[in-house]
Design a protein around this ligand. Structure first.
Ligand SMILES: [Zn+2]
Length: 267
């Protein structure tokens, strides 16, 4: 029997977040108001979507990042996201929600990830329970996938699915990692080897679609010290969001992930 949080527990987590959604208590109320506005915008976009398929890229998340309040400069999208990342990371004990590797100390290397991707589920863009922090590798691998037979249901419903609905998909906010995935990590002078085993249908799904791939990539990168050094430098580089360097890094990371995929699956 898979354990999931009760409605009361989720309510308490949400209240806790809303109390701390801005680092300065003086700006909490205004930040809450702004988040409500953004949530309403996301719902409007959802309702406008023909067959839930956007004609154009939905950029509400970027809009949040670029937001700045003319009257109160302390209420900016950048600060709201920074505070959110800080709280999420703490709740995850500074580990990636999927692979459990330690999160690198750079915002760029620990993106806020949407469990149900915002490109397919715009209605959940700002839902706290849809947000987690993961490492670059997991973020790239996950991309806009919903590895579930219920994808159609998840994308078409306005309400966030209940924890019980995720019966074939691992959900980092609703599931207890140890119940679903077992892993062992070995480190030597030159190698890191991680072995993951799914214990439930959700855990097996995550292993098949993401973690087994990550283990292979880790062995490949760690087997080449120069490559490992360059990749680590790039992953840790802090570039201003949406700057030329930031975009170039994302393009490189995506191309590298795709090239290692091709290489590993050929072996
Ligand atoms: Zn990860």
């Amino acid at each position: 029997m898979v354990s999931v949080p009760t409605e009361a527990a989720l309510e308490a987590i949400l209240e806790d977040y809303l109390r701390q959604c801005h680092g300065d208590p003086a700006h909490v109320a205004a930040t809450q108001d702004y988040l409500k506005v953004m949530t309403r915008k996301a719902l409007r976009q959802f309702r406008r979507r023909p067959n839930n398929k956007p004609k154009v890229e939905i950029n509400l998340w970027d809009e949040l990042y670029n937001f700045s309040c003319s009257k109160t400069p302390e209420i900016s999208g950048e600060l709201i996201r920074k505070q959110l990342r800080t709280l999420l990371e703490k709740g995850q004990h500074y580990q990636c929600c999927y692979c459990r590797r330690p999160l690198l100390n750079s915002g760029h290397a620990k993106p806020i990830e949407h469990v149900l991707p915002r490109s397919k589920c715009v209605q959940h863009t700002f839902n706290l329970f849809n947000l987690v922090v993961c490492c670059v590798d997991c973020n790239l691998r996950k991309s806009n996938h919903i590895w579930s037979l219920k994808e159609g249901e998840f994308t078409s419903e306005q309400e966030y699915p209940s924890p019980e609905s995720f019966d074939d998909l691992y959900h980092p906010r609703f599931h207890n990692y140890n119940e679903h995935i077992k892993f062992i990590r070995l480190q030597s002078n030159h190698h890191n080897i991680s072995i993951y085993k799914g214990l439930t249908s959700q855990g097996k799904n995550l292993c098949a679609n993401m973690l087994t791939h990550l283990s292979q990539k880790e062995v490949f990168v760690n087997g080449n010290p120069d490559l490992k050094e360059y990749i680590t430098t790039i992953d840790q580089h802090t570039a201003e969001t949406n700057s030329k360097a930031d975009k170039a890094i994302r393009v490189f990371q995506t191309a590298f992930a795709s090239a290692t995929d091709d290489l590993l699956y050929e072996l």
